[in-house]
Design a protein. Structure first.
Length: 454
């Protein structure tokens, strides 16, 4: 595969990066392993200052770093800047709390004096996607930097400049060689790295296909893995919902990052008596978008990340329509050279339609009408995925009761999906396993080492 930067707004090929050689991979593993041996002798608190410095640099260089994202994968410049700020917040969060989170935990036992230490496990392989090129790295990097697990990064083949920019700012913040090594490696080299005895685990964010391949390799080598995969999140509007609140957030919950968000709301589930009202609202909001240059702050609809992604989404929409779905709005070409996809609303998706259980990774909303709360919950759960979900109700206990019945790793009540350093992120079913962020993310690759003194 070729690692290339192609601007999805202009379609210009801006840069091609040569693939890493096997010798470069071996050298990176060697350097990371040496660092691991050094880090094992040092307390996590000694790594705190570098993460704070990384956060400072990212805030100072926010606009330049954001431009790399926008030029390479097309996102709106404002959203790119917000991603850089979020990364800085994650770095600060683990710098502030990581050492405390890694304190030993004492145990009560009649067998003696016992505790478990929380220790590093070794080198991690990180396989990351293009949709949030910095944030996806930072979710793994910041906690594991505190833990003391050096990392080898294999980023998406269409975001190599973002990967290089991230590795560069990490290095300039003072992180030692081997702490994060960005390598333009092939799938076979990922396999080689996972199998290497110096590597302790692998964290992947991406598709089910990629996740299954990498998880299989980890399993075959008895290495731990975390999988952050797709989602088809339900947005349930209960009959006692505050409609003003719903209308403030529903459209953006689908359109943010041009809909290319694993935890975006993708299936809107509405009670029959408000169904027409909701559709009319969503259509009006979707029609407001201004496609254009994502570097221009006035633009509100960015291109999708690549021609391949746009073609895949169009194929899914075409197949949905062929199977009986109705296009309530959108699905018209946008007369610009970039990889634009008009925000689209699909209705009448029946259970036998392929779209019923597919993730659409772009600005396409599926809207369903239901006649009871039980039907809403059953529909939300009738999915191979289980990443996030959203419930709107004016009654907190009612909303909480419904939230608890949803098969999802995350549920937000009366607000759109969210990610923050202090909130665990992850899913169940085909959305993967393991959690990132918060203490749970830091625990993912830690040896909880029992020490018992009789
Ligand atoms: P992929 O899973 O193909 O890509 C994610 C990362 O995994 C990339 O770095 C990719 O490398 C790598 N990868 C894929 N297969 C392998 C393998 N066998 N061995 C090693 N590395 C591998 O996702 P796509 O970019 O193709 O996106 C397709 C779909 O994935 C989307 O439509 C969406 O449904 C889902 N997705 C979910 C994301 C999330 O946040 N959970 C983010 C992005 C996508 P390379 O780029 O070189 O192929």
């Amino acid at each position: 595969m070729a690692y290339q930067t192609i601007n999805p707004y202009t379609n210009d090929l801006l840069k091609t990066y040569p693939n890493a050689t096997d010798a470069e991979l071996e050298s990176a593993l060697n350097t990371s392993d040496q660092l691991y041996q050094t880090w094992r002798e040092q307390a996590p608190v000694t790594r705190q200052a570098t993460l704070h410095q990384l956060a400072t640099l990212m805030r100072t260089e926010k606009h330049a770093l954001a431009q790399v994202l926008t030029t390479e994968m097309g996102k709106l410049i404002g959203e790119a800047e917000a991603e850089v700020t979020l990364c800085a917040d994650i770095a600060d969060y683990f710098a502030d709390h990581g050492a405390d989170m890694l304190q030993p935990t004492s145990l009560t036992t009649s067998a003696g004096k016992a505790y478990y230490a929380k220790q590093a496990v070794g080198i991690l392989v990180m396989v990351e996607p293009w949709n949030f090129p910095y944030y996806q790295i930072m979710r793994v990097f910041a906690p594991n930097y505190m833990v003391g697990n050096p990392m080898i990064l294999k980023h998406a083949s269409n975001t190599p400049s973002s990967a290089a920019a991230f590795a560069d700012v990490v290095s300039r913040a003072g992180a030692p060689a081997g702490s994060l090594t960005n390598l333009f490696i092939s799938y076979d080299q990922v396999k080689t790295a996972i199998a290497d005895k110096r590597v302790a685990g692998v964290a992947l964010t991406g598709s089910e296909r990629g996740g299954a391949a990498v998880a299989q390799e980890a399993g075959a080598n008895l290495k731990k893995s975390t999988m952050e995969l797709g989602g088809n999140d339900a947005f349930i509007i209960l009959d006692d919902a505050d409609w003003d609140l719903v209308k403030q957030v529903a459209a953006q919950a689908r359109l943010f990052n041009t809909g290319q968000v694993c935890s975006a709301s993708k299936r809107f589930i509405v009670m029959a008596d408000r169904y027409d009202d909701f559709l009319a609202y969503l259509k009006t909001e979707f029609a407001k978008v201004q496609p254009g240059d994502p570097l221009d702050p006035a633009t509100t609809l960015a291109p999708m990340n690549s021609a391949r992604a746009k073609q895949k989404l169009q194929k899914q929409v075409d197949e949905a329509i062929a199977a009986g779905a109705h296009v309530y709005a959108g699905n018209q070409p946008i007369d610009l050279p970039g990889q634009f996809f008009q925000p689209t609303i699909l209705t009448d998706i029946t259970k036998d339609n392929p779209a019923y259980d597919q993730e659409m990774f772009g600005p396409v909303a599926a809207v369903y009408q239901v006649h009871s709360e039980a039907e809403a919950i059953a529909l939300a759960n009738d999915s191979s995925y289980g990443l996030g979900s959203t419930v709107f109700s004016n009654d907190p206990e009612h909303a909480d009761r419904v939230a608890q019945q949803l098969e999802a790793g995350m549920t937000t009540i009366n607000r759109a999906w969210i990610t923050a350093p202090e909130l665990p992120f992850g899913g169940v079913k085909h959305s993967g396993y393991g959690r990132e962020l918060y203490q749970l993310g830091l625990n993912a690759f830690v040896n909880e080492h029992l020490i018992l003194n009789a």
